[in-house]
Design a protein around this ligand. Structure first.
Ligand code: SF4
Length: 273
């Protein structure tokens, strides 16, 4: 039975996340990531995806996708390289209904064979966010509960994961490498150097289905309570956590340590989720 009074401090809301590697192992992982990153700079995005999903290049790799505004580009490359690759989709239970419909439509269209839907356990939600309003009082804790903890659990057993992040998306991603670490695993960003124009051209060239909210002014799409339309001239991610000092999912990996602190829009950060 959940307690009568839910905890309300960040410390009490802490999630059981994977322990970061000891320094020696982390240094070794960073060296592997740096070597792969150097190799990746000579490869195009499709080749990085194919190499990562083929096996020995980086080990057992999963794909993580939000099925958001630009997700079709990476997922199209995945489908071309290995349609049976595991694709992890985090359903926070606070997504737009359009995202849930688009997830099914796009996965079917591309022939993705192993889409795994991740959700926080009902017991954890009842204990930590019974009102569904944690995103208002502590969005970092909410992201940890609904995104990071389920993802951490699902990534157990994988050597790394592929993301669709790009340098152009925000200031904190401006120096995004092709291969980095999250403190425990490799994190591969095949589209790191792609521009917004390249993304748009790829979507058009391959006539890929678009997320329906893009046409309604949402160039970046997360959970419904934390996403608003973007006005002309604004940063594409300006609608994410608008008016809040937050621009990523709340868990920051700095030198292999998980740091749960608010990320200000101007603050340089380490790799984030
Ligand atoms: S984006 Fe908002 S609603 Fe979604 S998990 Fe993070 S804080 Fe919660």
């Amino acid at each position: 039975m959940p307690p009568e009074t839910a905890p309300d401090t960040p410390q009490e809301l802490a999630q059981p996340l994977a322990e970061p590697l000891p320094p020696v192992q982390l240094d070794a992982l960073k060296a592997v990531a740096a070597g792969l990153d150097r190799a990746a700079t000579q490869m195009d995005a499709q080749d990085i995806v194919a190499a990562a999903l083929a096996g020995p290049w980086a080990g057992e790799i999963a794909v993580v996708s939000s099925f958001g505004a630009e997700a079709a580009v990476l997922l199209h490359m995945v489908a071309r390289a290995r349609p049976a690759a595991p694709v992890l989709f985090i359903d926070t239970r606070l997504l737009f209904p359009e995202t849930l419909a688009y997830q099914q439509q796009l996965a079917t269209y591309l022939g993705l064979q192993d889409v795994r839907i991740l959700r926080a356990r009902h017991l954890d939600l009842a204990w930590q966010d019974s009102s569904g309003q944690l995103h208002r009082s502590d969005p970092d804790a909410c992201c940890t509960l609904r995104k990071t903890a389920p993802l951490d659990a699902a990534l157990a057993g994988f050597d790394g994961w592929i993301t669709g992040r790009k340098r152009h998306q925000s200031g904190s991603r401006a120096a995004l490498p092709h291969v980095e670490t999250d403190g425990t695993r490799l994190k591969i960003n095949p589209l790191a150097r792609w521009s917004a124009q390249q993304i748009a051209t790829y979507l058009d060239t391959h006539a890929l289905p678009r997320h329906p909210l893009v046409a309604q002014g949402y160039p970046s799409i997360g959970c419904a309570p934390c996403t608003s339309p973007v006005r002309p001239g604004e940063d594409p991610r300006a609608g994410r956590w608008r008016n809040r000092e937050k621009e990523e999912c709340g868990i920051h990996i700095l030198d292999g340590r998980i740091v749960r602190s608010p990320a200000t829009k101007a603050e340089p950060t380490g790799p984030t989720r």
